[in-house]
Ligand binder design. Sequence first.
Ligand code: SAM
Length: 304
Amino acid sequence: MTVPQWGVRVPARQGEEMRQALIREGALDASLKLIRNGDLLILPVLEQREGAEWCEFEAHPGREPLPRHELVGGIAIMQDDDPDGAQKLLASRPSLHTVVFAEGEVHGEYRTREFRVLAGQSTTRTQVTEHGFTFNVDLAGAYFSARLSTERQRILVHVREGEVILDMFAGVGPFAITLARIASLVVASDINPKAIELMLENIAQNRAKNVLPMLADARHLDGIIPWQFDRVVMNLPLSGTEFLPAAFRLSRPGGTIHFYSLVSVEGEHVARIQELGGTVLSERVVRSYSPGQWHAVYDVRVGE
Ligand code: SAM
């Protein structure tokens, strides 16, 4: 018997790397067998993502399909209020300590959401390990998305030694601490005191001696910081556009801005970026958001 599910194609030689990345994100559907198709593998994933297609998979015998969930460290986030499913999930992985139900959408200036614990320990705090870093996270207190781990690594590849970087919406510090592996200095700012508190823990935990945390509203950063940056990360997809002029003022001529935004047409922000003196080097889909809307990242070169 086959089961319909989303699948992502990868060259077979990258299959294990991709499988591990999907497990880390909690995106792999472990109840289904992967499909081999010549030099390609199709890996089953729990929800739609960039490049995913609807496929028919064989189920692993004896493995009951688990309820839909997203993994963040030791916490599984369920979209359905299903206490029995939560118990099943908890029993399915020794690394899980808590299963929560997301009671609402990400909202407000701090981009947080409310959760109700369905199984396991009564906490929204956990530790997330990604690419050799460990981040303390409190899902109810500050934003964190494990799905951005690939993005952090993509940007890290572009960072050169000696760079001075600004992360304008740094949250608990995952971009800042990752990029500090190569950069000279990363200024990591956020308006949420809880995010900064967790960021301080994460800086100490990852021994990132070149990250400067800052509790600040990004609206005021160009008045507070007297220098310009080689690279600016802007990860506030719903309202980042408002902060583009400040990001340009804070970038040195020839510097780079990574601007994340929720868009509904390709090229949505190109004219605005050009108006500010920037050149769009690339525009990529990060993930789908809702039908007809997706998170995009614009890599921008600031005019000389
Ligand atoms: N970059 C982090 C990450 O990837 O985990 C967090 C990104 S989250 C989508 C956006 C962050 O921007 C939140 O932590 C929120 O508190 C912060 N934020 C929202 N408005 C802000 C503002 N005006 N100034 C500074 N930070 C702000």
